[in-house]
Design a protein around this ligand. Structure first.
Ligand code: MN
Ligand code: MN
Length: 465
């Protein structure tokens, strides 16, 4: 081995040089990352909505010995509990060996993703074609949602209060649905539109059927035929759509991407990739010092409002229940607590290089992205984590052999964004953002690196150790 020059040594000592994980990880780590990816892909295919994510996660938690949380009960260290918030958000927790007065460790991710929601009165017939009218949910580029196979997921609560779970388009034998687009031959005017206008919100109609109900005496025969099929299968009537939560999501499953299979392409990595990593870290936590509080929130894509979003009190109420059971004040627990806000970040894409500042953006395959502050413009609406806390997290990662990188979402004044961090730090809890870098974020088919997924899981595990 040739000796390092003084300059090389100094460089190594003084510079922060993130490294590509494909070079850094051992063959054993790569094998573990591959196995982790297989389970993650299965999870994604079963969890295309926040409700399905909760159902799937509760199943995994119960298999790992978790029981429903009972407020007022004092749990011994090592106990594993979960709290299901209306089937749309979830908290899982492992009681620590330290007193709750020492604070809790929170990991927060969201389990909702951009999609097409059905309107309250969705079923329409136009020129003997039947459609579901939609109102898109979250930040989508509308043109990306046309001419791809879609499945319909959700829940319809019938007049008598019975909920009916709907999933059509996931089994290979199922029909799928789609939003139609204009043929290029007639697209001359459309193609001159800015991309925000090429497909308009009111054109995002999901094609449902074309066959006439066999009765010449009635009108709306295609709609009647579709409604009678739905009634036959689910016992639902048009009235029930008003309260329903039905949405259209991409019908395809998660797949390996690339000849080297180094990546995973799927709908909904944002933010189920961080959610899955923290779920596994939560399940792995056996006798943590601090009580772990792993929260899976809904509604992040639309601003975290509503009863199942992190702007709601459900997380803090849960911690208050834990505090009270030990005779501690909530505020004292919160100020001693710490939170990783686990959400995805944008990966550098050479095709769109100019939206990034290359010294301060995230790269695919360089590990979880630690983001001190988010926001837009002059850091507006940011959670800017205190230096001491960021340094603490970095130390924790280093000690546990986790490779990370840092990155801002785009260059200054290009745009920006934020996530649930500010809703947790609002309660006087030290909080910093960290998550997986994603290509094509919010597209129907997003791409992540398997190595990043695995290293993010390692980071989540380290935070609970
Ligand atoms: Mn997100
Ligand atoms: Mn998002």
């Amino acid at each position: 081995m040739s000796e390092k020059t003084k300059g090389e040594e100094l460089r190594e000592k003084l510079f922060f040089t993130p490294k590509n994980l494909s070079e850094l990880m051992t063959p054993e780590e790569k094998e573990a990352a591959e196995a982790f990816s297989v389970d993650y892909k299965n999870f994604l295919d079963r969890a295309k909505t926040e409700r399905e994510a909760v159902t799937t996660m509760v199943e995994l938690l119960e298999k790992a010995g978790y029981t429903p949380f009972e407020a007022g009960k004092k749990y011994p260290a090592g106990s594993k509990v979960y709290l299901n918030n209306r089937g749309k958000a979830l908290i899982a927790s492992t009681i620590g060996t330290l007193d709750i007065g020492e604070g809790v460790r929170i990991e927060a991710a969201h389990i909702d993703s951009p999609r097409l929601d059905m309107k309250p009165n969705p079923l329409v017939e136009e020129q003997e074609l039947c459609f579901f009218k939609t109102h898109y949910y979250g930040g989508i580029k509308k043109y990306q949602w046309t001419a791809i196979p879609l499945s319909i997921h959700g829940v319809v609560v019938k007049k008598d209060g019975t909920p009916v779970t709907v999933t059509i388009g996931e089994d290979p034998g199922d029909p799928v649905f789609c939003v139609t687009d204009l043929l290029p031959h007639l697209g001359k005017d459309q193609m001159k539109q800015p991309m925000t206008q090429g497909i308009k919100g009111e054109q995002l109609n999901v094609l449902l059927g074309c066959e006439l109900y066999p009765d010449e005496k009635v009108s709306d025969r295609v709609k009647l035929n579709i409604m009678s099929l739905l009634y036959g299968k689910y016992g639902i009537t048009e009235r029930d759509f008003q309260s329903a939560e039905l949405c259209a999501v991409p019908a395809f499953g998660a797949r390996d991407v690339g000849l080297d299979r180094g990546m995973i392409g799927a709908y909904g990595h944002d933010d189920r990739v961080c959610a899955y990593a923290q779920l596994m870290a939560e399940i792995e936590a056996k006798n943590p010092a601090h009580t772990t509080v792993t929260v899976f929130a809904d509604k992040e894509e639309v601003g975290s409002d509503g009863v199942t979003g992190l702007h709601s009190h459900f997380l803090i109420d849960f911690i208050e229940d834990l505090a009270q059971a030990s005779g501690k004040e909530l505020r004292h627990v919160l100020r001693a607590s710490a939170c990783l806000s686990a959400d995805v970040n944008a990966a550098y894409d050479p095709a769109f290089a100019d939206v990034n500042e290359k010294h301060n953006c995230a790269y695919l395959g360089y590990g979880p992205v630690l983001t001190k502050y988010t926001g837009s413009g002059g850091k507006s609406s940011t959670n800017d984590a205190p230096a001491e806390f960021v340094a603490f997290v970095e130390g924790l990662l280093e000690k546990n052999g986790v490779t990370w990188q840092t990155g801002e979402l785009g260059k200054v004044d290009q745009g920006g964004g934020g996530t649930v961090a500010k809703y947790v730090s609002h309660f006087n809890v030290d909080t910093v953002d960290m998550g997986v870098a994603v290509l094509s974020m919010h597209a129907p088919f997003e791409v992540i690196s398997k190595a990043d997924l695995y290293m993010t899981y390692k980071a989540m595990e380290a935070f609970y150790r």
